[in-house]
Design a protein around this ligand. Structure first.
Ligand SMILES: *[C@@H]1O[C@H](CO)[C@@H](O)[C@H](O)[C@H]1NC(C)=O
Ligand SMILES: *[C@@H]1O[C@H](CO)[C@@H](O)[C@H](O)[C@H]1NC(C)=O
Length: 975
């Protein structure tokens, strides 16, 4: 067993393991609870939108959705447009459109009461169809989609009264298309679903980067209200950190111009509280009905101003975190005087706990003076939970007739606390949001069902200034319907801060014990300021609960909230010994870290309705390695590819060293694995510790410490193993091909080393063909096939097998310099070339060496170049797929703009022509002038920049091919 075999097998195992870890991510880290949606769809082709509107109308199409049997086929309402993503279909509009129709009409053709009284219109939801093009791979395709969609909006609005505005919904890359339509006076709001806004998911095309740069500018400056819905860890196709909109400074936002930008993770979306996969985003019932509802509401007369639209978006697609823009003017409620008999005073220190209240009453909770410590007063927070009802504007969608309001009350006269009447003013909440209320002994979220529209507990938190005397008054107004409960009380506990660092977790478990006083609290806050939040890092938190058998079920069992950035919240019910996957999208590879963090580190809050049988006693925190591996697996494939290209470059660098005997690819790989790879690993490990910033190399901003080094070493190891594997695959391919590789032999006549006119002519013809018709990527694929056949033909000719089987010692060594007088190139005994080192140039090998040795040399060089081309192939393959798809779906005459840059492939054509004519590069005797150092540059560049801009690896390789060819010509002249 050679080292390359071992490494190849290990790399294969590693890839297999990572694949399993990745496919476990949805289940382990972010389970999904989504109800299926049902509809009766029909799609009306808008054939009047034809080529007189846009030439692209012959390629794409526009459809109008109608719910069969529920609404009239004529468009009559408010227009909205759905844009599908990469390889997405226009039919994906059906779930949202159907929900809009069935919310607007309570039964077929009968407008629901909710809408009829408010003069609101139904939704006419159009969808563009892009033939399921792979827009994520290809900038020009994305540009065509943008142009077509823009024309479609003009067409649609021409069918409606003037000044009508549209709502744009985009799924995945459709959101990128939607963003690029801005600024536009025709768009009232944009809602994107699972859209990668800040980092292209496929980074093989520089033209996609241009579109992203334009969109970034739009997202930071345009004032159209914008909501981005993100699915979280469950979305394996688009990493959700790139779904987060770029953050506008919150202060700037209010002062300069009202920019409503909102990222909502579905794990925080009120009423949904579930991870949602990439494709599920368009049909998940809990999400789609809200999107449909927002679109309906935005069509109402009340949505004229930007602020009004922002408020509607916040109300239906919010996560409970109220943005300054949607707050509106402060409520000025008059003071209320409570007369004795209408209120009830609770004993000091008692919690308010009402089950199924059916009265109208105010409860006064005396504010307990808390002991002051040396540095000043402690803060007391009033915490109130309302289940089944609402506080202010927050309530579950189908709430009971239960309302609660919170006031700050003082005696109306004098300082005496026990007087006839009290005077109250409304207490401003610091937090007001709907929390999920997981059902006991059921998974959360419930698979294939998820939360109900009546689920949810309203959390109200308000800070009480210290040293205040008086009461907090909770007015409960309950109707006849039974059900629901209200629990409230004070919390003056400090945040439990734990300074455990990442290194301590790598080697062990951190346990956090709660005191008995803590464990029954309404709210426990735990903070780990030293633990980094990274998208590739998953922590595992195992709670231990009291689990005493003799107690009743709590009203609200402990619920853990993890808030990692202002837009991202995850909720987990605490279950005894059930590990919770604590993960976040706050910082991630190749993304700028978030600036406006709530607080650094890991921040956890446990909410519960007070002492019960399930009080948390202890939390154990560790790293979830399997989960972290799964998260790594979706974020580093591009980086791994660029590391593979780097590996091949280093192998070629080794192969082109001044040496006397030809070396086969297997030998080069063996030499690389035992010599260069350990050094490369060491360099990679050290580089991982450097603060290179989020765009370079591994894209980590230094928060993972030594773990980043481990990652770098693993990536180098796996990349080397994959390159070894790829050589086996190539050999396996060549074996059958050698029998049909006659074409290649024709071109490989060694007796024809010169450049002929016919060669120039055919080359010019090929380049013209690329310039006019086929994308250069097709020519690259052709080059790769020719090179493969070329190598296969060598194999057939037989010299190779005899060469590769020759034991190393059988190859004669070059005679000592003393034997060779060193002033000119000499053919030494046994056909091995000596060279005049002092001139740095040696004669062409092929003319002097015995034929079989020269052929072997040519084969090995060809094989090395084949390996390089093979690893460049993945960078060009996506566009090939796009091209084939476009040809198949849009007809052979579709203009395929872009991709006719002949310079991207001309050097390769030239190189193959050179090699195909039986010539070889003499790499042995060039001394310091050798172009082989160019391969080191390619390798280093691929490693440093490949993760973020992998297409640069291709450009670097092409530049190196140019350099090699150029030097060869130059040397030929100076010979
Ligand atoms: C496009 O449709 C309009 C209206 O149906 C028609 O008048 C026009 O001739 C069509 N144009 C083309 C190029 O088919
Ligand atoms: C006193 O209270 C402040 C504010 O809550 C807190 O930051 C500080 O750590 C406390 N000091 C002591 C000694 O408990």
């Amino acid at each position: 067993m050679t080292r390359t075999t071992v490494l190849g097998v290990l790399a294969l195992l590693a890839v297999y393991t990572v694949y399993h870890a990745v496919s476990d991510v949805p289940r382990r880290i972010s389970p999904q609870g989504c109800r299926m949606s049902w509809m009766s769809p029909s799609y009306l082709l808008q054939s009047e939108f034809n080529t007189s509107w846009t030439p692209l109308a012959s390629r794409y199409s526009l459809w109008l959705y109608r719910e069969v049997g529920w609404e009239f086929t004529q468009p009559m309402g408010l227009p909205a447009l759905f844009i599908p993503g990469s390889a997405g279909s226009s039919h994906q509009v059906r779930s949202i459109a159907s929900s809009a129709a069935r919310q607007y009409f309570s039964s077929p053709f009968l407008v629901s009461e909710e809408f009829s009284g408010r003069e609101m219109k139904p939704l006419d939801l159009y969808a563009v169809d892009f033939n399921e093009d792979f827009s994520a791979f290809h900038g020009p395709t994305l540009d065509s989609q943008i142009a077509y969609t823009s024309a479609a909006i003009t067409y649609i609005l021409s069918q409606y009264p003037p000044n009508t505005k549209m709502i744009i919904m985009g799924h995945s890359m459709g959101g990128v298309v939607g963003t690029a339509l801005l600024p536009s006076p025709d768009i009232s709001a944009i809602i994107t679903m699972s859209t990668p806004h800040t980092l292209p998911p496929v980074r093989f095309d520089p033209r996609i980067e241009e579109i992203y740069a334009r969109n970034r500018h739009i997202l930071l400056n345009d004032e159209t209200p914008f909501v981005s819905l993100c699915g979280g860890a469950r979305d394996l196709l688009v990493s959700s950190e790139s779904c987060v909109l770029p953050e506008v400074d919150p202060q700037l936002e209010v002062d300069l111009h009202p920019v409503y930008r909102r990222t909502v993770f579905t794990s925080a979306l009120e009423g949904a509280w579930t991870g949602v996969g990439h494709l599920e985003m368009v049909w998940c019932h809990q999400v789609r009905w809200r999107v449909a509802r927002v679109a309906l509401e935005l069509g109402g007369a009340a949505a004229r101003t930007l602020r009004a639209r922002a408020t509607i978006l916040d109300r239906w697609l919010g996560d409970g975190h109220v943005l300054p823009l949607t707050l509106g003017p402060p409520q000025e409620e008059a003071e209320v005087d409570l007369k004795r008999g209408t209120y009830e005073t609770l004993a000091e220190g008692m919690h308010l706990a009402l089950k199924s209240p059916r009265v109208r009453r105010t409860y006064l909770l005396p504010i307990t003076p808390v002991g002051e410590n040396e540095s000043g007063a402690r803060r007391t927070t009033f915490v109130l939970y309302v289940s089944g009802g609402g506080v202010l504007s927050v309530a579950p969608h189908h709430a009971l007739d239960l309302r609660a309001s919170v006031q700050f009350c003082v005696p109306s006269s004098g300082a005496d606390l026990d007087v006839e009447s009290v005077r109250c003013v409304p207490l401003e909440p610091t937090t007001l949001r709907l929390l999920p209320s997981p059902r006991a002994r059921q998974p959360f979220p419930v698979p294939e069902e998820g939360s109900d529209e009546s689920d949810g507990v309203v959390l109200f938190e308000a800070e009480i200034p210290s040293a205040t005397e008086g009461w907090v008054g909770v007015s409960v107004d309950a109707g006849e319907q039974a059900g629901g409960w209200v629990v409230g009380g004070f919390d003056s506990r400090e945040i439990l801060t734990n300074n455990v660092g990442l290194a301590a977790l790598v080697f062990g478990i951190k346990k956090i014990q709660f005191t008995p006083a803590d464990s029954g609290a309404l709210r426990i806050r735990v903070h780990f300021p030293q633990l980094p939040l990274q998208a590739v890092l998953v922590y595992s938190l195992v709670p231990r609960l009291t689990e005493s058998p003799s107690c009743t079920d709590p009203l609200f069992p402990p619920l853990l909230m993890h808030r990692s950035r202002s837009s991202e919240i995850h909720y987990y019910p605490l279950r005894h010994n059930k590990p919770l996957p604590i993960h976040s999208h706050a910082a991630a590879p190749y993304l700028q870290p978030v600036e406006f963090h709530p607080s650094p580190g890991l921040d956890l809050v446990i909410y519960s309705s007070g002492p019960s049988c399930d009080d948390p006693v202890e939390l154990s925190l560790t790293i979830d390695w399997w989960g972290s591996l799964g998260r790594l697996g979706t974020r580093y494939p591009t980086t791994l590819l660029s590391f593979c290209i780097a590996t091949v470059s280093f192998v070629l660098f080794h192969d082109w060293r001044p040496s006397e005997r030809p070396q086969s690819v297997s030998e080069s790989l063996e030499a690389f694995v035992s010599g260069t790879m350990p050094r490369l690993m060491a360099a990679a490990a050290i580089a991982a510790l450097l603060p290179l910033g989020p765009k370079w190399y591994l894209g980590l901003s230094g928060d993972l410490g030594l773990l980043a080094s481990v990652l770098a070493v693993l990536l180098v190891g796996i990349a080397s193993g994959l390159v070894c594997l790829s050589w086996w695959v190539l050999q396996a391919l060549m074996w059958p091909l050698q029998y049909i590789a006659t074409v290649a032999t024709q071109a490989r006549k060694p007796e024809d080393p010169g450049l002929r006119c016919s060669t120039v002519a055919s080359m010019a013809l090929v380049l013209l063909f690329i310039f006019l018709f086929v994308p250069w990527q097709v020519a690259f694929l052709g080059c790769w096939i020719i090179q493969l056949l070329n190598c296969a033909a060598h194999v057939r000719d037989g010299q190779v097998s005899s060469m590769t089987n020759t034991p190393v010692q059988a190859i004669p060594l070059r005679p000592q310099d003393g034997d060779n007088h060193g002033n000119s190139s000499e053919l030494t005994e046994d056909g091995v070339i000596g060279c005049s080192v002092n001139r740095g140039i040696c004669r062409s090998l092929a003319t002097h060496a015995p034929a079989h040795r020269a052929a072997a040399y040519a084969f090995h060089q060809n094989a090395h170049i084949l390996l390089l081309l093979t690893w460049l192939l993945p960078l060009t393959a996506p566009v090939l797929a796009v091209w084939v798809r476009t040809l198949l779906t849009a007809g052979y005459t579709t203009p395929f703009n872009g991709d006719h840059n002949v310079f991207k492939v001309a050097p390769i054509l030239w190189l193959l022509d050179f090699l195909g004519r039986g010539r070889t590069f003499d790499t042995r005797c060039r001394g310091k002038l050798s172009p082989r150092w160019g391969f080191v540059t390619v390798g280093v560049m691929s490693m440093l920049m490949g993760g973020r801009w992998v297409y640069l690896a291709y450009d670097a390789a092409i530049a190196q091919v140019c350099l090699v060819l150029f030097l060869d010509i130059a040397l030929w002249y100076f010979r």
